[in-house]
Write a protein of this length. Structure first.
Length: 138
């Protein structure tokens, strides 16, 4: 399994993003089944649609949101179950500066034994137990 981060999805759906080519390569690997099922945290969905609405328009954000929710190879993960774990990780971090959403991604990754995270977030890629895809050169 692989957990999807906002930076990856935004880069994939925004052709003007500097990481779009790398995101497309990772998406091709994901669609080929390299990591099995992809996990889409609720918080990531919220970030992606919000950022795309701001950078592009609401119609684009709604289209991407609908595409993600309808994708059969994605498992939508409600975040209420990981909220406490995410908050504890967020509150106790000392050597990282993860956002709350990133802390939730790490909590999901650990709970689901899914160490791979599709991300361009260097800080998330430096987190113990996370294997960033693509490799961010820890």
């Amino acid at each position: 399994m692989i957990v999807l981060d906002s930076s990856f999805l935004i880069a994939f759906y925004n052709k003007q993003d500097a990481h779009h080519p790398a995101a497309t390569e990772v998406m091709n690997r994901l669609e080929a089944g390299e990591w099995g099922r992809a996990l889409l945290p609720e918080y990531v969905f919220l970030e992606v649609t919000t950022v795309l609405a701001a950078r592009r328009d609401v119609a684009t954000a709604a289209h991407v949101g609908s595409t993600l929710l309808a994708a059969g190879d994605l498992e939508f993960i409600p975040c209420s179950d990981v909220f406490v774990d995410a908050f504890e990780l967020f509150s106790r971090q000392r050597s990282t500066s993860l956002s709350f959403v990133d802390a939730a991604i790490v909590a999901i990754s650990r709970r689901r034994d899914a160490p791979h995270v599709a991300t361009f977030d260097v800080e998330l890629g430096r987190t113990a137990g996370v294997i960033a895809v693509p490799d961010l050169g820890r």
